[in-house]
Write a protein that binds this ligand. Sequence first.
Ligand SMILES: *Cc1c(COP(=O)(O)O)cnc(C)c1O
Length: 235
Amino acid sequence: MNQSDDHGAESESDALLMRLKAVRENIARAALSCGRDPDSVTLVAASKTQDGQAIAPLIKAGQIVFGENRVQEAQSKWPALRALNPSVELRLIGPLQSNKTRDAVSLFDVIETLDRPSLARALASEIQRQGRQPRLYVEVNTGAEPQKAGVLPGEIDGFLLACRADFGLAVTGLMCVPPVGEQASPHFALLAKIASRHGLRELSMGMSTDYPLAIQLGATHVRVGTALFGSRSQR
Ligand SMILES: *Cc1c(COP(=O)(O)O)cnc(C)c1O
């Protein structure tokens, strides 16, 4: 690496740390604006497509919760990164194929995308086999979009019951990704309502463009990528 590259890397990580500070401030402001404790909201850094060089400065700055979309990508980069800080919490926020269940259970601390009975069955048997218990959220397809993963709002009560009764799984939260180009607030409100009906405390909702709104509607976890790392297409 020559000197100018070195400077480039340095200013890139400075910019990253400034964006981290800004996101943290926005989270605190949104929480306080509705009478919530800022510490009741966890920033999940959505680090898909980001390499170790982009992620390491965030870990050093105390960001320890990360969300990844793909099991394989996470497997290739996180074992080394976790060595920087063993308390890193890794979350799966993308769809999980049943044939990746084994790897997902061994790698992730939280799986946010439980969305069908066959996956519930596969997770239950892997959790039993490995004796490792990631926390589980159910993804809800709040907009009932045909191409999107997630349990339909009309089927969520039955699915949560089945998770507990048929598969012995303890679900602790819900997650959603509202439809692109629609107002997000009705989707966030719906997710919060379902969670409260089932006594679920954790709500993963809100991304770069709408996390302050999600916090006002009850998010405990916001998944922020672009606002932290910059635009993915630029890298
Ligand atoms: C990429 C991604 C995010 C972060 O999106 P940004 O708009 O970049 O903040 C959040 N949640 C999921 C499921 C994602 O795939």
